[in-house]
Every structure is written in structure tokens, then in C-alpha cells.
Write a protein that binds this ligand. Structure first.
Ligand SMILES: NC(=O)c1ccc[n+]([C@@H]2O[C@H](COP(=O)([O-])OP(=O)(O)OC[C@H]3O[C@@H](n4cnc5c(N)ncnc54)[C@H](O)[C@@H]3O)[C@@H](O)[C@H]2O)c1
Length: 259
């Protein structure tokens, strides 16, 4: 038996990076996984690779823009059709938000909030009926250590990830108050080597390797994260091992927030 055998999980932004790592980890530990992404072809490719290694019928995929209410309806309908329900929702899709307080445009600010925050609001709201029918259930919202610690260069990212952190707590309390076994927690990674670091490099006008070196030196454990460092936390929160944890923040930051 795997640690999440029998769980039915939807992971957004799962074509690459952290989302793909969460999907692989959950599938290896026994869950059925629906990978969604605005890059539908990428999500299909990752799902096909999971199916090839773990077995046909483990992974499904579809194009899904997390800012679109209609797309959420379609994604949840697919979970109902393929799995007969949903017990784990990983709100992972997210983007960097370019510009400092003087240079960030209002358009970029709204784009960042739509993808990083509206998505989590829509996902939590729309998935609740399915999760209610599949208790014990778990919502895992991927925030960032940048939602807890600010930087002078990323106000849009800081503010959007902080919103995810507090939204998570409200959803957790709402479910607990109604006696539903639907837990909701946020995950706060520090820098992990995925394509999102390209945005941070562009924002800072520096080569990615230079940025990665600078970032690694800020982490007490002395390195950037790798996707499986974060997926391991998602696996714990998806499993019933974390059954007494809700409304909490899991910091996977190599010690950066301890300073
Ligand atoms: N990598 C890091 O250093 C780091 C650190 C802390 C938090 N995070 C968070 O982890 C999550 C995953 O980031 P990542 O590093 O894997 O980034 P990534 O850029 O590699 O992957 C993000 C995925 O989200 C998808 N996406 C973008 N907009 C979308 C939309 N509107 N609808 C659906 N999918 C969309 C992209 O196509 C991509 O596949 C994000 O929420 C990010 O903010 C990342």
C-alpha cells in the first residue's frame, strides 16, 4: 500500500516544475492524478510518462486555465468522470509578478493576482462539493516563503502569495466549523530550481546561474530546493498522516525564515 492509495488528486500547473513533481510523487504512492495546466500538451506529456511508468489509468490530463471559472467546472467534471470524485486538490499553478513598487504595472499586478490568488479562490470554492463527498479530503495551496517574508523587488509576488496564505486559513476554519474532514494547508517553498526562476532572473536583469548562486547563498542549508523537496511535503499533506493539521503553513525553505 502506498501512502495515498485510494486518493483522487487534481494538481494544477502540473505540466512541469513543482506541479509535475507533486503528480509523480502522489502517483508513485498510490493516488490517481489529474494533471491540469494552461499548457495542455505539456500536462498530457507528463501524464503519459506517469502512466507509462506506473500503469495505464493512473494519470489523466487536460488544458485548464486556473483563472477561468468555466475551465474549473470542466476540470472538476473530468475528475468526477475519471475518478468518481476528488479527495485532494493541489492549487499549484502560479507565476512570478514582474516589477518593483515603482515599475510593476497595474496590468501585471492584476495578472499576478488572477493566476496566483483568483485561481486558489476558484479552486477551493468549486471543489468543495466534490471534496465533501470524498472525506477525508485535503486542499494544499502552494504559496511561497515570499508570502511570509518580503523582498524589495517583488511586491506583486509577495502580496499575492501572502493572500494565498490567509485564504488557506479561512477555508480551513470554514470546513472545520461545519464538521467536514476537509483540511486546508499552505506550503511555502524557498527558491526551487524550476523554470519560474527564469522570471526572477529577468526581473533582476541577471543570468539565471548568477541568480541561482546568489539565492543559494541566502539559504542556511546552502542550496536551492529541488522539486521533490517540496513534493514530499505535498505528499504528507495529501495523506491521512497529516489528519490533525489544518489551517497551517508548511515552510520548506532550508531554514531561510528562521533567521
Ligand atoms: N520554484 C520556486 O522557486 C518556487 C518557490 C516558491 C513557490 N513556488 C510556487 O510553486 C508553484 C509552481 O511553480 P514552479 O516553480 O513549478 O513554476 P513553473 O513556471 O515551472 O510552473 C508553473 C506552471 O503553471 C502553469 N500555469 C501558468 N499560468 C497558468 C494558468 N493561468 N492556468 C494554469 N496553469 C498555469 C505553467 O504553464 C507551468 O506549467 C507556483 O505557485 C510558484 O509560485 C515556486
Amino acid at each position: 500500500m502506498g501512502r495515498v492509495t485510494g486518493k483522487k488528486a487534481l494538481i494544477t500547473g502540473a505540466a512541469q516544475g513543482l506541479g509535475a513533481a507533486h503528480a509523480w510523487m502522489l502517483a508513485r504512492e498510490g493516488a490517481k492524478v489529474l494533471l491540469t495546466d494552461i499548457n495542455g500538451i505539456g500536462a498530457l506529456a507528463t501524464a503519459a510518462a506517469i502512466d507509462a511508468e506506473i500503469g495505464t489509468g493512473t494519470a489523466f490530463a487536460m488544458r485548464h486555465d486556473v483563472t477561468s471559472p468555466d475551465d474549473w467546472d470542466k476540470a472538476l467534471a473530468m475528475a468526477a468522470e475519471k475518478f468518481g470524485g476528488l479527495s485532494v486538490l493541489v492549487n499549484n499553478a502560479g507565476v512570478g509578478v514582474r516589477g518593483n513598487i515603482e515599475t510593476c504595472t497595474l496590468e501585471e499586478w492584476h495578472r499576478g493576482f488572477a493566476i496566483n490568488v483568483d485561481s486558489v479562490f476558484l479552486g477551493c470554492q468549486k471543489a468543495l462539493p466534490l471534496l465533501r463527498d470524498n472525506q477525508p479530503a485535503s486542499i494544499i495551496n502552494i504559496s511561497s516563503i515570499a508570502g511570509l517574508i518580503a523582498s524589495d523587488s517583488m511586491p506583486g509576488y509577495n502580496a499575492s502569495k501572502a493572500a494565498v496564505w490567509m485564504l488557506t486559513k479561512s477555508v480551513a476554519l470554514y470546513c472545520a466549523k461545519r464538521g467536514w474532514d476537509i483540511r486546508c494547508n499552505s506550503v511555502h517553498p524557498t527558491f526551487v530550481d524550476t523554470p519560474i526562476l527564469d522570471d526572477i532572473s529577468a526581473n533582476a536583469n541577471l543570468e539565471k546561474s548568477v541568480v541561482m548562486g546568489k539565492l543559494a547563498r541566502q539559504v542556511p542549508l546552502g542550496r536551492l530546493g529541488v522539486p521533490d523537496d517540496i513534493a514530499a511535503g505535498v505528499l504528507y499533506l495529501a495523506s491521512d498522516e497529516s489528519r490533525f493539521m489544518t489551517g497551517a503553513e508548511l515552510k520548506l525553505d532550508g531554514g531561510i525564515s528562521a533567521m
